[in-house]
Design a protein around this ligand. Structure first.
Ligand code: CA
Length: 220
């Protein structure tokens, strides 16, 4: 799932990028029109997070331009707090949802899930690994078995599921799965991988010696 961020405040852009990467999204952060149009034309973007207050062409102008060019990519606009007219303008211009700044990270993630589900791109609650339904907090087997899943285990498993063919190094896993305020040691990765194996079977995650881990097959 690839998310495009248009945010001119570097601190906010960086914090959004970290948040989304941590939740296993791929992120492109740019204000460059050519780059944006290229990404949209290639169909590579699943959702756009658009700050309305941008230098040059405003967020609204950009959104109107994308919509009139026929791009239906879902858009969540970030508006100034309590600015109801910005929300109305944003929705009129073709935004799918809005969020007033400052916002809680969990709220943004929830709105992204909802917008992606409505657009048919995301299927929250439908993340699967073989016979398992994977949710934050819970693994549910088709046969009815349920196994608890911590938030970190969930993020780790979702990151593997988002990159099923790739060998993921410990460094990549740490960068993408853990909050960079509190990066864990290499040991923590081993601990969490082995917890997931306890829950999903020895072959669920394969060790590629010296390189990292790769998604395998869960025990049926
Ligand atoms: Ca701004």
């Amino acid at each position: 799932m690839k998310i495009l961020i248009l945010e001119d405040d570097p601190t906010q852009a960086a914090s959004l990028e970290r948040l989304l990467r941590r939740h296993a999204y791929q992120v492109v952060s740019t204000l460059d029109d050519d780059e944006i149009l290229f990404q949209l034309a290639e169909g590579m973007i699943d959702l756009i997070i658009l700050d309305l207050g941008l230098p040059g062409a405003s967020g609204l102008e950009r959104l109107r331009r994308w919509r009139s060019a026929g791009y239906a990519t879902p858009v969540i606009v970030l508006t100034a707090r309590d600015s109801w007219h910005e929300r109305v303008d944003g929705l009129r211009a073709g935004a799918d949802d809005y969020l007033g700044k400052p916002f809680y990270q969990e709220e943004l993630l929830a709105r992204m899930d909802a917008v992606l589900a409505r657009s048919g791109r995301g299927q929250p609650g439908e993340l699967r690994f073989g016979p398992w339904h994977v949710q934050e907090g819970l693994l549910r087997h088709d046969d009815g078995r349920e196994v608890p899943l911590t938030i970190t285990e969930f993020r780790l498993l979702r990151f593997f599921l988002a990159h099923p063919k790739q060998i993921l190094s410990k460094r990549q896993l740490i960068d993408h799965v853990w909050d960079d305020q509190a990066p864990p040691g290499d040991n923590a990765v081993e601990v969490y991988v082995s917890r997931l194996r306890d829950k999903l079977g020895r072959n669920a995650l394969k060790t590629q010696r010296g390189m990292g881990y790769q998604l395998g097959e869960p025990t049926p």
